[in-house]
Design a protein around this ligand. Structure first.
Ligand code: IPM
Ligand code: MN
Length: 365
């Protein structure tokens, strides 16, 4: 298979962890006889300083011509960020426009903690039970993130407003993707909402329930978002399967799910649109530890596995990468942020050593 991939390294630890993702991608390319053409392009806060925009025109064109996009986390230290005008900050000026440009409506965030890795979690082992295996599917291009905003001097700072809008089409398409995933996994689906208060949630539920009729084989239930937050800590395994969430609620609960894993470094992510997708680690750019070779590249490498699977349909290759990632932990190795006691220290891997080990396992060493 021949594919072109845009590579946006981003800020902070971005270039380091993206580097490990690319290392693994090249190993897959070599081992399975594919050709991945990589086009690097500036994106994020640093890109604003060097190119005047966090998502420069040339980057947009490179992404337009790519089959898929690998994106590192973005954002610099607070003092540096404060010097960037609001509309050029990477969230508003780069990430949201990237999502809109490619209409990446379905965001996959897997929350996987096998029983063998229960010790990573701040939750007790008996709470993790036989393991957590949830795929959170978050709607990514609608809702309050993209509704009309009123803010600033024009209203004399007397009020501000964020509109939450969902169209039937927007809800329907992400619900179908989530139900299809649940069917593939032979699992239940849990729909998350706030229908006791929000009109958009009541509308969301009505559409999701319609879609549920087309998937009679998929056990369906729904839960209020506040209760879901509580239950995710108290008894996360009850959600094993797929969880479907709208944009804002999904933003909050996917980070909370990272808490179950013990580290956001364990949460990869794929953002899929009708024509192409991009993958990213769900965590931030951690400028405080940038350049030290200690960041956990798991989420980025897992995101590359997602790219192989969801963007290119290379399921076997993706499976091999997931398997290598879990094998590292099963052999007792970990990354610095996961180490909790002194005896862990000799098994702590640097960023580059982690990527090397994934490659070694892939090539059967
Ligand atoms: C995420 C991030 C983004 C979001 C920010 C950086 C715009 O928190 O991907 O979860 O809120 O969606
Ligand atoms: Mn978030």
């Amino acid at each position: 298979m021949k594919k072109t991939i845009a590579v946006l390294e981003g800020d902070g630890i971005g270039p380091e962890i993206v580097g490990e993702g690319i290392k693994v991608l090249k190993a897959v390319e070599h081992q399975y006889g594919h050709t991945f053409h990589l086009n690097y392009a500036p994106f994020g806060a640093q890109a604003y300083f060097t190119h005047g925009s966090p998502f420069p025109k040339q980057t947009q064109l490179i992404c337009d011509h790519a089959d898929a996009i690998i994106k590192g986390p973005v954002g610099l230290a607070v003092e540096k960020m404060n010097t960037i005008p609001q509309q050029f900050r990477p969230e508003i000026g780069a990430i949201l426009p990237l999502r809109k440009r490619y209409d990446t409506f379905a965001n996959f965030r897997p929350v996987r903690l096998p029983k063998s890795l229960a010790a990573f979690s701040p939750l007790r082992e008996n709470v993790i039970g036989n393991g957590v295996d949830i795929l959170m599917v978050r709607e990514l291009v609608g809702g309050i993130y993209f509704g009309e905003k009123i803010e600033g001097p024009a209203v004399n700072m007397q009020y501000a407003q964020d509109n939450c809008v969902y169209t039937a089409k927007e809800v329907h398409r992400v619900a179908v993707v989530a139900f299809e995933e649940a069917r593939k996994r032979n699992s239940q689906i849990t729909n998350v909402h706030k229908a006791n208060v929000l009109a958009t949630s009541r509308f969301w539920n009505a559409i999701v329930e319609e879609v549920a009729q087309d998937f009679p084989d998929v056990p369906y239930r729904s839960v209020l978002v506040d209760n879901a937050a509580f239950q995710l800590v108290k008894n996360p395994t009850q959600f094993n399967g797929v969880m479907l969430l709208e944009n804002m609620q999904g933003d909050v609960l996917t980070d909370q799910a990272g808490g179950i894993l013990g580290s956001l470094g364990l949460m990869p992510s794929a953002c899929l649109g009708p024509d192409k997708g991009y993958v990213e680690a769900a965590h931030g750019s951690a400028p405080d530890i940038a350049g030290q070779n200690i960041a956990n590249p798991y989420a980025m490498i897992g995101s590359v596995a997602f790219l192989l699977d969801k963007c290119f349909g290379l399921t076997q290759e993706a499976h091999a990468v997931w398997n290598a990632l879990f094998t590292i932990f099963e052999r007792g190795y970990l990354t610095l942020e996961l180490a909790t006691n002194a005896s862990d220290s000799e098994k702590v891997l640097s960023t580059t050593a982690f990527g090397d080990m994934v490659v070694d396992i892939l090539v059967g060493k």
